[in-house]
Ligand binder design. Sequence first.
Ligand code: PEP
Ligand code: MN
Length: 371
Amino acid sequence: MIVILNPNIEDNSKEFKETVDYLQQLPNIEIKMHEVLGSEQKLTEIYLLGDTHKLDQEVIEALDAVDRVVRISQEYRILGRHADEKRASGFTYNGVEFSQESCHVFAGLCAVDTPEHVEIMMKALETHGQICTRMGAYKPRTNPYSFQGHGKACLPWVFELAGKYGIKVIAMEITHENHIEEIDNALESTGQPTGVMLQIGTRNTQNFELLKAIGRQRTYPVLFKRGYGVTLNESLNAAEYLASEGTSNVIFCLRGMKSAAGSPHRNMVDFAQVPIIKRLTRMPVCVDPSHSVGSREKSSDEVLDVVHASAQGIVAGANMVLVDFHPEPPTALVDGPQALLMDELPRFLDDMAACRDFYHKRLEIWRRPGN
Ligand code: PEP
Ligand code: MN
């Protein structure tokens, strides 16, 4: 059961204290508080866990601080959509709104390599009005002898360059909970020039201890990648681990499934599932066409498969695209063969904007009464 308090309620108000005191004395119920910071208001939600079926919803709804109560089904209790659900989707982070209504492109380097390449990328993003990027510092690699990322050593200069070019959010994968502190320290020492969205890679989808550790921090939102070898339901349950520990600012990312049936793409592109996630949960949905397609092959129409896959995600209502670019792909230390080129950036952005317009046009068509 989720108890939603009146917007912008003060923690030291009488009604807040009385409501929390009442909920705390309920037998066999554990309570967890969660604050959702929107652009216009702060919402406080209290999750009641345990024997909730015996609770009287009307009694709780009558408490002074309570706006409304949502009874939740067993699946994806916090991130899911439930019957009589009116809670909004999404969140604002570092001034940027992420929701099931927004749409952002996160173009950037799969792996941070040189300051020159990072600067070329960030500068191009600023030139084309972009405020988000991807930058991998910690790389989970199949082969232990492959480049593992520059790790914490590159963070200060990556963050400084981001600040210089007005980048507000960097999606950055972490593979160990210690990386959170390394990011905290680098942001602190450079004066918080940018924001970070912690990325959980497909290989760590069911690394539950890592998920719990990331879930316990409140500073950064999370980009959670679908597991490439588990069902959608299993991945959604894994994302719920974050929320169960307190972090519900989560974006769910489709990135293709490992299957011989996807060949010649690196993975089986699963972007037709964007609407399913928007229906089952309140998470904004991201697509990663680079790790799904994994090459620079072109169709007979001369458009890259990566670009076609991105378009398919946006036309299906995706709220974010995570896409690899590189100024000099042959020298990239990770995933050069799938990277888009800098001179493709403006055309890629125009294509995505056109797809987004087309998605809105589709909504208009389907909102028309039938005859
Ligand atoms: C990445 O985005 O750099 C990455 C490694 O992706 P995935 O976890 O989807 O393989
Ligand atoms: Mn990669």
